[in-house]
Write a protein that binds this ligand. Structure first.
Ligand SMILES: Nc1nc2c(ncn2[C@@H]2O[C@H](COP(=O)(O)OP(=O)(O)OP(=O)(O)O)[C@@H](O)[C@H]2O)c(=O)[nH]1
Ligand SMILES: [Mg+2]
Length: 249
């Protein structure tokens, strides 16, 4: 694993829809395909811990709150090296009328090719947010279904568990997302798998018809290039026929 860059904020990146963003959309450093992932969820569920674990394999235990940093690393997906940008985000606030997503968070979601929605199994309220958050994410990407993975974190804290992982699995099924129960503090592999599956989904979405298209074009018969020998022969035949006609007259 190679940590390429960190500590940039999303504000430094081109606004979605701009010409710069269009140029930036699929290619990262060194012309690699780029996958942009935003990590969202309620406050304190372990978003920063999850991102740092994925990037460094380490669990530190104490993280700056609402950091909102952007990180980049490379990952191998089906033999191809992709550049991944991971955007940590501030915790979503909940008000009486529902979710309150600030402009910074909305910008991150619009920028992303895929989203990780995190809740903590020790916080039922963070689980209750998942449906609304998923809806909000899809609303900001109207017209294209954004790949989303739901992650239930803090699986190690059995004694203070408030959410049965089955509930998370069922909800993710209803929303059409993948689901991972992880303990960021105790297990790196599950964290890696959650990101890996998401990257794979985005990668396939970025090249939806590459294989069938290739196959289709290879099936279309190419027009034969003119055979010079054959042309010469037919030209000679035509000439001698004319000569014969002339002499017979
Ligand atoms: N036991 C345990 N603690 C965890 C786990 N993941 C995160 N934590 C702890 O949960 C607390 C919150 O983690 P953060 O990563 O800061 O949570 P966050 O979602 O980024 O929080 P905000 O930035 O405030 O929205 C920290 O004390 C972490 O050490 C885990 O899997 N198990
Ligand atoms: Mg954080």
């Amino acid at each position: 694993m190679r940590l390429i860059q960190n500590m940039c904020t999303i504000a430094e990146y081109p606004a979605p829809g701009s010409a710069a963003a269009a140029a930036d959309c699929c290619l990262g450093a060194a012309g690699r395909r780029l996958v942009k992932i935003a990590v969202v969820g309620a406050s304190g569920v372990g978003k920063t811990a999850l991102v740092v674990r994925f990037l460094t394999k380490r669990f530190i235990g104490d993280y700056e709150r609402n950091a909102g940093n952007l990180y980049t690393r490379q990952v191998q997906i089906e033999g191809e090296t992709l550049a991944i940008q991971v955007q940590d985000t501030p915790g979503v606030q909940v008000h009486e009328n529902g979710l309150s997503c600030g402009e910074q968070l909305n910008r991150c979601i619009r920028w992303a090719d895929a989203v990780v929605i995190v809740f903590s199994v020790t916080d039922y309220k963070s689980y209750e947010l998942i449906g609304q958050l998923h809806q909000h994410v899809q609303q900001l990407h109207l017209g294209s279904r954004l790949p989303v993975v739901v992650v239930a974190n803090k699986a190690d804290l059995l004694h203070v568990k408030q959410v049965d992982p089955q509930l998370g699995l069922q909800l993710a099924g209803v929303l059409g997302c993948s689901f991972y129960e992880v303990s960021v503090s105790e297990n790196y592999n599950d964290v890696y798998n959650a990101f890996h599956v998401l990257c794979k989904e985005v990668s396939h979405k970025q090249q939806p018809s590459s294989t069938p298209e290739k196959r289709r074009t290879s099936l279309i018969p190419r027009p034969k290039s003119p055979n010079m020998q054959d042309l010469k022969r037919r030209f000679k035949q035509a000439l001698s026929a004319k000569v014969r006609t002339v002499t017979s007259v």
